[in-house]
Every structure is written in structure tokens, then in C-alpha cells.
Design a binder for this molecule. Structure first.
Ligand code: GDD
Ligand code: MG
Length: 364
């Protein structure tokens, strides 16, 4: 079978700012590997051969620059028009001419980390004769998602995007992964914004053409900094140990940690648990880092303590600095010596912080 997949990745990732100011969500590293690469690997392992990336021009630029491995997939791009994004259905619509679908195809949100079995999803789709089949996942609070009311025989009776907690008919949510029949294009208008979740799925449910497939496996949305840290934590636990460090000297590693290539770490430093160090990171003496993610090429000075934070690429963190509790330091930012940052403090790309700030704030 010749299977095609569309990855929707044209959103603006506002909840991951300021880290998403300089990279799209699909390129955020999950344990030192871009999310897009994890997605490519999952698709390639499930016999998908061609991927259409539905993105905006800036995201295409970043992907082409970073060049995540294609995992044997043929990659094409469907670019949103520059003025207004098309919405999820609109973005799928423009892939029609590019992919020339002859069979059902897979669509997935590019901000999800999952181990869905695409083949099983496709089987349900074929068996039920659906026009669209949604992978469903059980969560505690469905109000931030699309919610499905499932009937016997896998039919979705009702689909509501982001209902209130009280309105939500079930806790089965849209996992952001679908199989669509090419007939779906008859339902999507041309040349205007259209959301598959708000317009198309409710219409298909009314016509008894929408089906669901419950996915029991791992599923995570990396939409917010807390979810992003959590996803890395879960993957670290799964991978147990991933450590490319060559010459640890007088150094304490508390597993699980992931340390990429060419990382240098000073003496009496403690790394972990739940810490990810990107390629080329340089860490001084007597540093403590735990429950944090440090992107590539960043430098961290002596005696600094980092806990529960995300530090972007090529940042410079001085000596005796403390960065705690949900802080986000974007790419190329500079934190001077003896600074104390806490309480979800955020620093925009290339900004410098030269005084201690303890309340929630954004330096832009
Ligand atoms: N190309 C393109 N153009 N992509 C888009 C556009 C667009 O106009 N709008 C959104 N996307 C992409 C985003 O980049 C993301 O990967 C995906 O479509 C979903 O958009 P989000 O903005 O992340 O939606 P959400 O997280 O609020 O809700 C969606 O995902 C939930 C699962 O995480 C919905 O599909 C929910 O129903 C679902 O439960
Ligand atoms: Mg999302």
C-alpha cells in the first residue's frame, strides 16, 4: 500500500513563547531530537511513504535549515498563503493538488508526541467505511480539546471542539490524528479559513460518516512549557539512559538524563535527574541542573543552579546564577553573574538580564 500523510504545523505556538519566537513547535527538541523527527520515524515505521508538510513559509524555512532526517520519506510542502493562515481544514485542502490522493490518507497535528498505531487506525477506517476516522485518547480534563461522543460500532455521534467542562459529553478527546477519505475535499470550502474540528467534523457526525478509534498508547501534547517539560520527562523515563558524554571527571549524574555530543561539564557538578543537555553545551564547575532542558550551544557559568527551567540555544548564563520554577530563557539571551530568576520568568531572544527579578515577568 502507498500511504500518504499530512502534518499540520502552521500554527504560531503562542503558548510556548518566547522559545517559539525563533523556532516552530515541530522543531522543539524532545530529548535532543526534533519533534518532527520523532513523527517521521513513527510514520516510516508504519509504512507511510510520503509526507506533505502543511506549514507557513517561515516554518518551511526553519525546517529546511535544520534538515531533520527524512527517515526514507518523500517530503513535500503545502504553504499557507502569507496574509492569513487557512485553518486546519483549509491547510488540508491545499494539499489536494500537491498529493493527488487516490486512497485514504493520514493527517496529524504537528505538536503531538504519540505512539499511535497508524495501521490499526487505517483498519478501523476501512472496516467502518468512514469518511473520516479520528484517533481518540482518554484525558482527565477534555475542555482544552475536541471531544467525541462515541456510539456502538465506533461511530461518533457528536463532536464538540473545546467545550466547557460541563458541556463535554465524554473524556474521549481528538488526539489530533485522522484518516480521511479523499471525498473530504467536497466538504471543505476553497479560499477561506476553515477549521476541520469546528466545521467539518460536526457536519460529518450529523451525516453518520465520522468514526473514532480509541488509542491506548502514549499520547502527549507539547503545547505549553509545563507539557513540554513533562513530555521530555516521560521520554527520559522510557529511554532510561542516553548519554554521549566522553570524559566525566568528578561529576555526579543522577539518572535519567540525556546528554548529547560534545558537551563539556566542569568538576563537582551535579546533573539530573530529568535533565536534557543539547549538543555542544558547556557547563562550569559546581553547577547543579535538574528537571530542566538546555538547548544546544549554551554556556552555563560556575556555581549556577537551574531547576525546572528551559534554556534556549546559544544562551549565556553567568556564574552564581539561580534559575528556577518554570523560567524560560530564549535563544541567545544573556543572564549576567549573580542573578536570581524564578516564578515562570521569561526572557525573549537575545535579551540581557542584569538584575534579579523574582516576580512573573517577560523581558522583551
Ligand atoms: N498549515 C496550517 N495552517 N496549520 C495549522 C493552522 C493553519 O492555519 N492552524 C493550526 N495548524 C496546525 C498547528 O500547527 C497544530 O499542529 C495543529 O494544526 C492543531 O492546531 P492547534 O492550534 O495546536 O490546535 P489545538 O491544540 O488547540 O487543538 C487541536 O489539537 C487537539 C489535540 O492536541 C484540535 O485538533 C483538537 O481537537 C485536539 O483535541
Ligand atoms: Mg495543539
Amino acid at each position: 500500500m502507498y500511504l500518504k500523510a499530512v502534518i499540520l504545523a502552521g500554527g504560531f505556538a503562542t503558548r510556548l513563547r518566547p522559545l517559539s519566537c525563533s523556532r516552530p513547535k515541530a522543531l522543539f527538541p524532545i530529548v535532543n531530537k526534533p519533534l518532527l523527527q520523532w513523527i517521521f520515524e513513527g510514520l516510516a515505521a508504519n509504512e507511510i511513504t510520503e509526507v506533505i508538510l502543511a506549514v507557513n513559509a517561515l516554518t518551511q524555512f526553519h525546517i529546511k535549515q535544520q534538515k531533520p532526517p527524512k527517515c526514507g520519506l518523500k517530503i513535500k510542502y503545502a504553504i499557507d498563503p502569507p496574509k492569513t493562515p487557512l485553518g486546519t481544514a483549509g491547510a488540508i485542502k491545499i494539499t489536494e493538488k500537491i498529493a493527488k490522493y487516490e486512497e485514504p490518507f493520514i493527517v496529524l497535528n504537528g505538536d503531538i508526541f504519540t505512539e499511535v498505531n497508524y495501521k490499526q487506525l487505517m483498519d478501523t477506517h476501512v472496516k467502518t467505511g468512514a469518511l473520516a476516522t479520528i484517533a481518540l485518547h482518554k484525558v482527565e480534563d477534555p475542555s482544552r480539546y475536541g471531544v467525541a461522543e462515541l456510539e456502538k460500532g465506533n461511530r461518533i455521534k457528536n463532536f464538540i471542539e473545546k467545550p466547557t467542562k460541563e458541556q463535554a459529553p465524554t473524556n474521549l478527546i481528538n488526539a489530533g490524528i485522522y484518516v480521511l477519505d479523499p471525498k473530504i475535499f467536497n466538504y471543505i470550502p476553497i479560499d477561506r479559513q476553515c477549521s476541520i474540528e469546528r466545521e467539518i467534523f460536526p457536519a460529518l457526525a450529523k451525516e453518520h460518516k465520522l468514526f473514532g478509534h480509541i488509542n491506548e498508547g502514549l499520547w502527549m501534547d507539547i503545547g505549553t512549557p509545563i507539557e513540554y517539560l513533562r513530555t521530555n520527562k516521560i521520554i527520559l523515563d522510557k529511554l532510561k539512559e542516553k548519554n554521549n558524554l566522553k570524559t566525566p571527571k568528578n561529576l555526579e549524574i543522577k539518572k535519567p538524563v540525556a546528554i548529547d555530543k560534545k558537551v563539556t561539564i566542569g568538576e563537582k557538578t551535579i546533573i539530573g535527574p530529568y535533565t536534557v543537555l543539547g549538543k555542544n553545551v558547556t557547563i562550569g564547575d559546581r553547577v547543579q541542573i535538574h528537571n530542566s532542558i538546555i538547548f544546544p550551544d549554551t554556556k552555563i557559568g560556575d556555581n549556577t543552579k537551574i531547576n525546572g527551567a528551559i534554556i534556549g540555544e546559544n544562551a549565556i548564563i553567568g556564574k552564581n546564577v539561580q534559575i528556577n520554577n518554570g523560567c524560560i530563557i530564549a535563544d541567545q539571551a544573556k543572564i549576567k553573574d549573580n542573578i536570581n530568576l524564578t516564578n515562570e520568568f521569561a526572557v525573549c531572544p537575545a535579551k540581557e538580564v542584569s538584575e534579579t527579578i523574582l516576580k512573573r515577568n517577560v523581558i522583551c
